[in-house]
Design a protein around this ligand. Sequence first.
Ligand SMILES: Nc1ncnc2c1ncn2[C@@H]1O[C@H](COP(=O)(O)OP(=O)(O)O)[C@@H](O)[C@H]1O
Ligand SMILES: O=C(CO)[C@@H](O)[C@H](O)COP(=O)(O)O
Length: 495
Amino acid sequence: MGVDLGTGSVKVSVMDKEGQIISQESASLSLSQTQPGYSEQNPEDWVTATTVAIVNLALKDHIDLNQVEGVSYSGQMHGLVLLGSDNQILRPAILWDDTRTTKQCKEIMDVCGDEFIKITKNVPLEGFTLPKILWVKENEPLIYKQAKTFLLPKDYLRYRMTGDISMEYSDAAGTVLLDVVKKQWSQEIGDKLGIDMSICPKLVNSVDSVGTISSEYAKYSGMSTETKVFAGAADNAAGALGAGILDENKVMISTGTSGVVLKYENDDQGYQGKLHFFNHAIPDKYYSMGVTLAAGHSLNWLYETFGDGESLSDFANLADKSPVGAHGLIFTPYIVGERTPYADSKIRGSFIGVSSINTKSDFVRSVLEGVIFSYADILKIYHEHGKHFDTVYSIGGGTKSETWLQIQANVFNTKVKTLENAQEPGLGAAMIAAVGVKWFSSLEQCETQFVKKGKTYWPEPDKVEQYQKLYNIYAQVYDQTKMMNHELIDFRNND
Ligand SMILES: Nc1ncnc2c1ncn2[C@@H]1O[C@H](COP(=O)(O)OP(=O)(O)O)[C@@H](O)[C@H]1O
Ligand SMILES: O=C(CO)[C@@H](O)[C@H](O)COP(=O)(O)O
């Protein structure tokens, strides 16, 4: 069983030894965004939603939960879950897309300097966990004082299913409190920032066994106490496993709530903070990535704001009624701030070129195109570092739109492949469980059995040329709108 704890939903997949999906169920999650820049979820909602999906596997799909040999996890990264002395939740989880910590990020660099990048292989960004810990320390000192430990989202969920408190490396790296190469918590950073390092949980590998389903959770969910539980991975590391990104020539693009451009890395060189650089689920391997904060979230926002009762699929398909360039409309997807390549929590999105000829279809198309242009910005960083690849593997909920996939091929001028299973992070999680229960001797061996390639989208030369022109215009929008957006902050905060 693979449990993928996303931001918008939890998806649970059950696989057999041949890598066939026997059944999948999901349950939705909602976000609490009470102020601009804030994004929180109640950790217990993750447990409830996961349990609803698992119970539906049994009741609706007639899965015999006693036959589940092993379970593992994929989880939205970076979210801070603070637990008190009885492992009770002290406050709502502060999520990866919460950008309230700009001040703390600056403090970290002021205090730690370049040594921070050497140790963590990253620069501190608002979404990462360490700045969130410092925010709580500064703004909610009474809560910070009560904190006995902190966890990341899927580690909290796993704790509630097993009783085990631990964190695995691919997610721990995203706290930016980990010495990525030494694979240990950085006492040096903790000391410099005045963090009591006893709040850091024990570290484990993705495929390590952390116990079995607890009797309490077995009673609650119908699962068996015989089912073995394995640590799991960050959703992007798990997605990379599920998409077969196990060598340096492949790039993965995930369009979920966020958008991620990810590359497998053999060595620990990193990108000096220009891209994120984390431990992979495969021991002693790494992956780099850049993040568009609002990818699927941009489409969802447009749909929720301007949709007219049609389904999300029908709404996305309106893009087909608009030509390349959406009748001169360009969208930048910075609607909750941005991470890569512009680490800027104050920037916001734009529609450039709005005209009285524009229709709803143009707006939908420009949102789809703008998200892909933001991925092209990240791919540019790889090209600047001399990294080459000939195929992009596309995953996540956004792959439900064929138009969105074809736009990727045309903007990147590279072939784009999908995979047969549309839920790669969940597949990656199931692969970890399959290796954990010893169906396979390694994740690489499991990949040959579990990962099944889907359709290929080829670049269309006439459209490639048009998109290059449009991208050159898109690439100017950030610099030209930055000051205006920063000046609009006070109005944004008005009720
Ligand atoms: N038919 C569709 N066409 C295009 N995008 C879609 C469609 N259905 C869902 N999506 C996008 O997929 C995203 C969810 O993808 P998913 O990988 O499940 O994300 P998460 O892991 O963040 O919950 C949504 O934000 C939505 O915009
Ligand atoms: O912050 C990041 C990665 O650094 C996000 O990619 C989260 O991991 C959440 O992802 P989705 O819910 O979009 O899958």
